[in-house]
Design a protein around this ligand. Structure first.
Ligand code: AMP
Length: 356
């Protein structure tokens, strides 16, 4: 159950807006989030498990001003009073919901940047599909029954699991070899090249790339390195490797920067806009960073196979800017963009429109 918006608004009313603290879990894209928050003059707090992570000492410009240490991330609400006393806004990143657990995350009384209602739409792949379909965004075909696998498919689990356990099958027999044990979806395996596009939607900005409501920015693009699919060709064909019981897997191990053929940029923006318009209609808008995970085919069609509804780890490439964000403002990372939005929310007295 998602906490009532009025409750969060009430907490925000009591906040000292001149003394906001930006907090996040010490993982994923926290270095960038803290770096951006500090640049924009916010206090910062790192929420860590068991002990203060040492790696922040190696990156002093990103080290949070203080830490809150939990036994388990699921106990975060034990620290609610402390966090609220510090006028905290929690920034969700790709690991936050995964570590805290969606039930606790949705219902906790700690103000969160962005729209909490998005979780139900992202973590269930059928809901995600409904959303993208609502926006008329091209997606890979879905195969409802494993018996109907007639072309190469990828079998994927629900939630942000970093590709763990995903597998390719070309027919029912191959599917049965792996037999997924958790909720899954079966998608046409799209052959092409992958682009993970980092967007930011501000409902409280009225300049730049205006859409039906607010303004849309494209801050960067990456491609994920995935083990072992990306390099397995070096060892032989997939068919041959299968005989040795070496199967392709999709575990994210890193990210590389990419740019898109310029003539495709407008289409990508159109899809970003449709995704926001649909989110506004379905659940009040996703707010802030999101990533369209796409495959561009040799016919130059763009298929969106997944949407991430918060800051993605691929943005870590662009802490001091990207080939795209440089044309908006120098040194504009996604982490800093989030902090700038909160600052703007304070200035315009519109925090309630970007925090839930
Ligand atoms: P996801 O969890 O949906 O981001 O998928 C993890 C990885 O699996 C992606 O980064 C892609 O490399 C691959 N993948 C997912 N869906 C497809 C698809 N429909 N066709 C081809 N590759 C896919």
């Amino acid at each position: 159950m998602v906490i009532k918006k009025e409750k969060i608004d009430k907490i925000l009313e009591g906040y000292n807006k001149k003394d906001i603290t930006i907090a996040t879990l010490c993982s994923h894209s926290s270095l960038q989030i803290f770096y951006g928050a500090k640049k924009e003059g916010f206090k910062t707090v790192g929420i860590a498990k068991k002990e203060v992570p040492r790696f922040y000492d190696a990156f002093p410009l990103s080290k949070p001003d203080s830490f809150i240490i939990l036994d388990d991330y699921k106990n975060i609400t034990e620290q609610s009073d402390e966090l609220l006393a510090r006028n905290t806004v929690l920034i969700p990143h790709g690991s936050v919901v995964e570590y805290i657990g969606s039930d606790i995350y949705e219902n906790m009384n700690i103000p969160v940047f962005g729209n909490r209602n998005v979780i139900g739409w992202e973590s269930n792949r059928d809901m995600e599909r409904k959303w993208l379909r609502h926006g008329n965004i091209p997606m890979p075909e879905k195969v409802a029954n494993p018996e109907d696998i007639k072309f190469p498919v990828i079998v994927k689990y629900y939630g942000a699991k970093g590709g763990k356990g995903f597998f390719i099958a070309k027919n029912y027999d191959e599917f049965m070899k792996f037999k997924p044990s958790a909720p899954f979806t079966i998608q046409e395996y799209v052959v092409g090249t992958r682009y993970y596009v980092h967007f930011f939607w501000s409902p409280i900005t009225d300049d730049g790339y205006r859409i039906s409501r607010g303004s849309l920015q494209m801050l960067g693009m990456d491609r994920r390195d995935e083990a072992n699919i990306d390099e397995m060709y070096k060892l032989g064909s997939q068919e041959y490797l299968r005989t040795l019981d070496v199967n392709p897997t999709f575990v994210v191990t890193g990210n590389v920067p990419v740019v898109l053929r310029e003539s495709l940029l407008q289409k990508m923006f159109d899809y970003g806009e449709r995704c926001i318009d649909a989110s506004v209609e379905l659940f009040g808008g996703l707010i802030g960073p999101f990533c369209l995970e796409t495959i561009v085919t040799d016919k130059l069609e763009i298929k969106v196979f997944e949407i991430s509804t918060r800051i993605v780890a691929g943005t870590n490439l662009f802490i001091s800017g990207s080939p795209y964000s440089d044309m908006i403002e120098k040194d504009l990372s996604m982490g800093r963009r989030i902090a700038m939005e909160i600052k703007k929310g304070v200035e315009l007295n519109k925090l309630s429109e970007i925090i839930t």
